[in-house]
Design a protein around this ligand. Structure first.
Ligand SMILES: *[C@@H]1O[C@H](CO)[C@@H](O)[C@H](O)[C@H]1NC(C)=O
Ligand SMILES: *[C@@H]1O[C@H](CO)[C@@H](O)[C@H](O)[C@H]1NC(C)=O
Ligand SMILES: *[C@@H]1O[C@H](CO)[C@@H](O)[C@H](O)[C@H]1NC(C)=O
Ligand SMILES: *[C@@H]1O[C@H](CO)[C@@H](O)[C@H](O)[C@H]1NC(C)=O
Ligand SMILES: *[C@@H]1O[C@H](CO)[C@@H](O)[C@H](O)[C@H]1NC(C)=O
Ligand SMILES: *[C@@H]1O[C@H](CO)[C@@H](O)[C@H](O)[C@H]1NC(C)=O
Ligand SMILES: *[C@@H]1O[C@H](CO)[C@@H](O)[C@H](O)[C@H]1NC(C)=O
Ligand SMILES: *[C@@H]1O[C@H](CO)[C@@H](O)[C@H](O)[C@H]1NC(C)=O
Ligand SMILES: *[C@@H]1O[C@H](CO)[C@@H](O)[C@H](O)[C@H]1NC(C)=O
Ligand SMILES: *[C@@H]1O[C@H](CO)[C@@H](O)[C@H](O)[C@H]1NC(C)=O
Ligand SMILES: *[C@@H]1O[C@H](CO)[C@@H](O)[C@H](O)[C@H]1NC(C)=O
Ligand SMILES: *[C@@H]1O[C@H](CO)[C@@H](O)[C@H](O)[C@H]1NC(C)=O
Length: 760
């Protein structure tokens, strides 16, 4: 100790010298007192040399600026005890690209007086050396966001002064060592995002814990111990693990506990809540994505402070207990994806706190007769989709003026959409598809100017598209598929600047889709389906030139459209899932890269516009079932991403452009029932199709491999007249996109081919 005192003293002498030699100005600059002990400086210096850091980043605290001729207590990131000159706190953020592992002999472990150590984001790799146990004064240890690997050394148990320990986002595995039982002062433990598998139960005795985060690991035990001794616990976060067995109800005896997150585990059996603290402060309970079954326990209402309750994605059945309505502070209730049935509890509408209610994907069949919406009800999100609700469109919904998302899809709602829905001026998402709604689509959209997603597909709507839709300037998704809408092509929608998906298929639309005096617009279109209508006329050669989104390449990093990957993306996820029923939710792909043109089953004539070849990012092109004539445009071979191409049932003639043979993603092809002739490209893509893809063309050859050997020329198929299939209002048996998926190894990745109805 003597040398260091000398040092400190020497420092002060130097300072006096300084004062004498330089007359001071009036403002008394406070010079740094030299404190640093030699041993501490040397240890730090060793550390600096272990961490070669060349990143010259002023934003970060690094060892780069450390300089031996300066007092080490003033080095960046270093704090010393003001009296003793011992380093008590070290905080570095190197962000260096260099992979450094902490050696057991690292200078770091000579800084034995450290109480705070923050080496988060330091690109540390390798194991945590057991010498960490030398730093027995540590109260704060943050090693988050490194690449540590291996198990936690037992010696961590020696750090019995620790109050804060974060190992968040590393690659640690194995068990939490039993020596953790000694960390009796620990109040905040964060092990999130590692690969731990066991040892979590040892934490049951750490009575100082207030925050415990075990999420995103591989913990795979039952939580069988009594946790009620954790009487300071405020947040218990264990989601995304493989915990199994019964719900750890002893947690509910801890009155300080505000949050339980155990979603995405393997818990099972009934949700037994056990003895609950009568002064429960539990504000949030999330047990979604488990295997709980049985009834929702009525005693859940004793958790009277609950604001967020998520029981979704389990196997709960029966009716929702009435008592749930006494949770007066509930703001978000998610019971979706269970097997709940009966009436939707009426009292829910009486709460002025409830802002989000998701009861979708259950078996609910009715509303309580005495639905009473309180004034000031602030429900913003109401999801009742995929139930068995067989009632008229509820008028009282109009009282929910703050409604932002309304999903009544996949039920049996009847009647028409009430005019009063225009009172819900905040609506951004309106999903009414797959019901039995009828009448005209009301002209209410002047007031719904925030609407981004409207799906009324598969109902019985008649009449025209309401022109007030033009006021929905944020509209991105519009589907009216499968109704009886009798209208001309809505050129006027072309001014919607961000409309990405337009689905008009299977209605009674008619007339041309091109007007020489009207600018086509639709600058953001990526998916257009106008199939199975009565559209007519020819398309000019430059028809597709302005659909620039169809040739915009999207990449993860530099997307100008990355804003859609924010929270907004959730709005469309399900809508699109319904358009592409059965598509595995690789939402990024669908929304960013899925570009589709489906003009099939109309009466388009003339030549296929050569400008189609500009749409280099197009994945699916269906022009089948029209009366297109002339050659297949050679420019098609420029659509290098094309995965499915259906030109069947037209009057096309000439040869199949050999360039199409080079389209390596092309996995579904249908050229049947045209007047094509000549050599079919010999590429794998063509030669792995079914023979039927080329049937009904008298002059094609080069199909020996796929057609019967004695049929070099494909026979003309005359049994089914074209007209018959056109007038068939039902979906075609062979669905072209489905077929593409079944055929194509290239494109099958994001799809699940079991549920096969991908018709647009
Ligand atoms: C270290 O500090 C001294 C005195 O302030 C200075 O002269 C020297 O250039 C510094 N060295 C480095 C490498 O910055
Ligand atoms: C860092 O080290 C790990 C394990 O030794 C290695 O897998 C990784 O590629 C390294 N990273 C860099 C950037 O050198
Ligand atoms: C750890 O402490 C022990 C004594 O307590 C000492 O002998 C050893 O050198 C220290 N290890 C390091 C790496 O400083
Ligand atoms: C806890 O600490 C005590 C004394 O410091 C020690 O004897 C014991 O082995 C430690 N327990 C564990 C599990 O490491
Ligand atoms: C907690 O401590 C008690 C008594 O000290 C002991 O019997 C029990 O095994 C400990 N529990 C765990 C999980 O370590
Ligand atoms: C509901 O919230 C209010 C305001 O935060 C609070 O005063 C009240 O005690 C809560 N009610 C219950 C039953 O927890
Ligand atoms: C809709 O709003 C108007 C005026 O804001 C109001 O008079 C009417 O009662 C509201 N309709 C419903 C069903 O709430
Ligand atoms: C609907 O919009 C019209 C025209 O902007 C306005 O006069 C009317 O008050 C709005 N109605 C509601 C209920 O907001
Ligand atoms: C709706 O759109 C029409 C036509 O663009 C416009 O004249 C009208 O002002 C818009 N109304 C509102 C409320 O934005
Ligand atoms: C569409 O409406 C027109 C005129 O209103 C009518 O003549 C025609 O029959 C309707 N078409 C269909 C398919 O309903
Ligand atoms: C494409 O846009 C240009 C102007 O940008 C316009 O002159 C042309 O008519 C548009 N083409 C189509 C087919 O709408
Ligand atoms: C394909 O694209 C290239 C470059 O844009 C163009 O030069 C070529 O003419 C196109 N090929 C066809 C067949 O249109």
């Amino acid at each position: 100790m003597i040398p260091s005192k000398f040092y400190c003293f020497g420092g002060i002498v130097t300072m006096f010298f300084f004062f004498f030699l330089h007359p001071l100005p009036n403002t008394f600059a406070s010079p740094t007192r030299s404190l640093c002990r030699h041993d501490q400086r040397d240890a730090l210096w060793e550390l600096k040399e272990e961490f070669p850091n060349h990143a010259n980043d002023d934003e970060r605290v690094t060892t780069l600026s450390w300089n031996k001729s300066v007092d080490c207590c003033s080095w960046s990131g270093v704090t010393c005890d003001a009296v003793l000159g011992q380093v008590i706190s070290l905080e570095l953020q190197s962000y260096s690209s260099v992979n450094t592992s902490l050696k057991a002999s690292s200078g770091l472990f000579k800084l034995q007086h450290l109480s705070d150590l923050d080496l988060s984001h330091c690109s540390l790799s390798g194991e945590i050396p057991s010498s960490i146990g030398n730093l027995s004064h540590l109260t704060y240890l943050d090693l988050s966001f490194n690449q540590f690997v291996g198990e936690i050394p037992i010696s961590v148990g020696d750090l019995n002064q620790l109050r804060y320990l974060s190992l968040y986002s590393n690659d640690l595995r194995g068990n939490i060592p039993s020596s953790f039982a000694n960390l009796t002062k620990l109040s905040d433990l964060n092990l999130k995002s590692n690969q731990f598998t066991g040892g979590a139960l040892i934490l049951a005795n750490l009575t100082s814990l207030s925050e415990l985060n075990l999420s995103y690991n591989n913990f795979n035990s039952s939580i069988s111990v009594d946790l009620s001794g954790l009487h300071n616990l405020e947040r218990f976060i264990g989601n995304d693990n493989s915990f199994f067995g019964p719900f750890p109800s002893s947690l509910l005896m801890i009155s300080s506990l505000g949050m339980i997150a155990l979603d995405r585990n393997q818990f099972e059996g009934p949700l037994d809540l056990g003895n609950m603290s009568s002064s429960s402060n539990l504000g949030s309970l999330d047990v979604s994505y488990n295997k709980f079954s049985g009834l929702i326990p009525p005693s859940i209402s004793k958790l009277h402070s609950l604001a967020v309750l998520d029981l979704s994605h389990n196997n709960f059945k029966g009716i929702v207990p009435r008592s749930i309505s006494s949770l007066v502070n509930l703001t978000s209730l998610d019971l979706s994806y269970n097997k709940l049935e009966g009436q939707i509890p009426s009292l829910l509408w009486r709460s002025s706190m409830l802002s989000s209610l998701d009861l979708s994907h259950n078996l609910f069949s009715s509303f309580n007769k005495s639905v009473e919406v309180v004034d000031g009800a602030s429900l913003r999100e109401l999801r009742l989709g995929s139930n068995s609700l067989q009632v008229p469109f509820p008028q009282w919904l109009c009282k929910l003026k703050d409604l932002w998302a309304l999903d009544l899809s996949n039920n049996h709602f009847t009647g028409s959409i009430p005019q009063c829905l225009k009172n819900s001026t905040s609506l951004t998402e309106l999903r009414l598809q797959n019901n039995s709604l009828s009448g005209f689509l009301p002209d209410i959209f002047t007031n719904l100017t925030d609407l981004r997603s409207l799906d009324v597909s598969h109902n019985n709507f008649v009449g025209k598209l309401p022109t007030s839709l033009i006021n929905c300037t944020y509209m991105e998704f519009l589907s009216v598929k499968g109704n009886k809408i009798n209208d001309t092509f809505p050129f006027w929608l072309g001014s919607l600047q961000i409309l990405k998906i337009l689905v008009l298929g299977s209605n009674a639309f008619h007339g041309p889709v091109y007007n020489p005096t009207t600018y086509l617009g639709f600058p953001s279109l990526r998916i257009i389906n106008i199939a199975n209508n009565n559209f007519v006329g020819s398309l000019p050669q430059d028809y597709f030139t302005n659909w620039t989104q169809m040739y915009m390449v999207w990449s993860n990093e530099d997307s100008p459209e990355s804003e859609y990957m924010g929270d907004d993306s959730l709005i469309y996820e399900d809508s699109i899932d319904l358009v592409y029923k059965g598509v595995e939710t690789d939402f990024k792909r669908i929304f960013q890269a899925f570009k589709v043109i489906d003009f099939s089953r109309n009466r388009f004539s003339g030549h296929i516009p050569g400008s189609i070849g500009l749409l280099s990012e197009l994945r699916f092109l269906n022009l089948s079932g029209n009366v297109f004539t002339g050659n297949i445009p050679p420019s098609l071979s420029n659509i290098t991403k094309l995965e499915a191409l259906d030109l069947s049932r037209n009057n096309l003639s000439g040869e199949i452009p050999q360039g199409l043979g080079k389209l390596s993603f092309l996995s579904y092809i249908n050229f049947s029932h045209n007047h094509l002739q000549g050599l079919v490209p010999q590429s794998t893509q063509f030669q792995s199709q079914n023979c039927s893809s080329f049937m009904g063309n008298c002059g094609l050859y080069g199909l020996e491999k796929i057609c019967k050997e004695n049929h070099v020329n494909v026979p003309v198929l005359t049994s089914q007249p074209l007209q018959e299939s056109l007038s068939d209002s039902k979906e075609p048996v062979l669905n072209w996109i489905v077929a593409a998926i079944a055929y194509g190894p290239e494109i099958s990745r994001p799809f699940r081919s079991s549920r096969l109805d991908l018709s647009l």
